[in-house]
Write a protein that binds this ligand. Structure first.
Ligand code: FES
Length: 291
């Protein structure tokens, strides 16, 4: 409809708006400094479960709060509503910790939407906490009004979260398609003598870019696009961590084991697709996706 800015147009505008960039930059820096690389950060990103932790935790919180709305609308037992409110509020805190940790390592356009998503959800959390307090003091009507208001604002927050996940692909794996784009079987890549020893380079296989690392006679080949947000892995640093050779993505520091492409440290939660390699008698390296 002409002249009507729907939610998609508004969110697209938010993505491009620089109005909040200063607080966004400051907050992201503080989060990265406070939540240092290590076990806690990996857990908050969801590395141990192989997918971002925030969305599944958020669905528990939102599910509790939607259930409160249903119980209130049906005039059901107020004790159940109080219990669900309390569970949702308790779960909101680790959910927010996981979300803000992910958010601190996103592109600026994603951070702009994420910042408003966070503000909406914190407002909802405040209203639902006030609702619980009001109910505990016996003010049921005020409690219901506050939780309906919180649910309304939480719905805006959930919409923005959906925009980040499905339209901006924050948290999605950015590399799984690579193995589907390579036809089955072995493919010539390049002569081994053309590769520098001990330094990763990018090579193309058709229209796919690969990370190629030669170490002596051994060659490691991964998809070059980092699964986190498609950063160029061939520009990353090679490191040894806990006796394992790894590559560190130059964009946000995701660390992948060279042995099998698995994630050593987030923010990535999915492995870098790996290719099997062999060297022909004439010195040509051949690759095929590792299935
Ligand atoms: S693109 Fe973010 S860590 Fe690689």
């Amino acid at each position: 409809m002409k002249g009507f800015a729907g939610p998609v147009a508004l969110t697209d505008r938010l993505e491009k708006s620089k109005a909040l960039d200063r607080p966004i930059r400051g907050l992201a820096k503080v989060v990265r400094e406070r939540v240092k690389p290590g076990r806690l950060r990996d857990v908050l990103h969801g590395v141990p479960i192989g997918e971002p932790l925030h969305p599944s935790m958020a669905s528990v919180t939102l599910g509790c709060w939607v259930s409160v709305g249903v119980l209130d609308a049906a005039g059901a037992d107020s004790r159940a509503a109080r219990l669900l409110l309390a569970v949702g509020i308790a779960n909101a805190l680790p959910t927010a910790a996981a979300g803000i940790t992910d958010w601190s390592s996103l592109h600026r356009e994603q951070q702009r939407v994420g910042f408003v998503h966070m503000a909406a959800n914190l407002t909802a959390l405040g209203l639902l906490s006030a609702s619980l307090l009001a109910r505990l003091r016996g003010r049921e009507r005020a409690g219901k009004a506050l939780s309906f208001a919180g649910l309304g604002i939480g719905t805006v927050g959930a919409y923005l979260g959906g925009h980040m996940a499905y339209r901006q692909a924050a948290g999605a794996n950015h590399a799984p398609q690579v193995t589907h784009l390579v036809p089955l079987g072995w493919h010539d890549l390049c002569p081994i003598k053309d590769l520098p020893d001990g330094r990763p380079v990018a090579r193309r296989l058709g229209y796919i870019q690969l990370f190629v690392l030669r170490r002596g006679e051994s060659v490691t080949v991964l998809a070059d696009h980092c699964p986190h947000l498609a950063g160029p892995l061939h520009q990353g640093r090679l490191v040894m961590q806990d006796g394992e050779a790894c590559v560190v993505c130059p964009w946000h520091g995701s660390t992948f084991r060279l042995e099998d492409g698995s994630v050593k440290h987030g923010p990535a939660t999915a492995p870098a697709p790996m290719f099997e390699t062999r060297v022909r008698r004439d010195g040509t390296i051949q690759v095929r996706p590792l299935t």
